[in-house]
Design a protein around this ligand. Structure first.
Ligand code: TYC
Length: 126
């Protein structure tokens, strides 16, 4: 069975067949005078901000490394974001789909735990 719940149905009238034209010459086969098109409904995925939280113990160099390793930041951007978090308490590392954001949070928390740093990372809907 075909699931049509995710399509928008568009129906338009077409001119009746002219003299001498047979319906099956158009490839249709049924002489209804209707063409029905379907198009996929494109739903934009919700986006999520991945946030780093400040603390008093995680070394600055470790946070910069996290930003480079998991958020593909260059040295300068990583340093800026780390300093922003250090000064403001929280900062955005990147914006992703739910699944990717969740995976980034897990990677950061795992890396922090492995290195015995209390660094916290979370996500929020944009
Ligand atoms: N505040 C930390 C320090 O002074 C540095 C730091 C920055 C920690 C950003 C966490 O998300 C953070 N060593």
């Amino acid at each position: 069975m075909c699931d049509m719940s995710n399509v928008t149905r568009m129906t338009r009238r077409v001119p009746a067949l002219g003299p001498g034209k047979k319906d099956d010459e158009r490839g249709g086969g049924t002489n209804t005078g209707l063409i029905t098109k379907t198009r996929p409904k494109t739903k934009k995925p919700s986006l999520y901000r991945v946030l780093l939280l400040n603390d008093d113990y995680t070394p600055m160099e470790f946070v910069v490394w996290i930003l480079q390793r998991f958020f593909n930041k260059n040295q300068d951007d990583a340093l800026q974001i780390m300093l922003h978090v250090h000064q403001n308490g929280v900062g955005v590392c990147g914006v992703y789909s739910y699944e990717v954001a969740e995976s980034k949070v897990t990677e950061v928390l795992d890396a922090a735990r492995q290195n015995q740093h209390p660094l916290q990372c979370t996500m929020e809907k944009e």
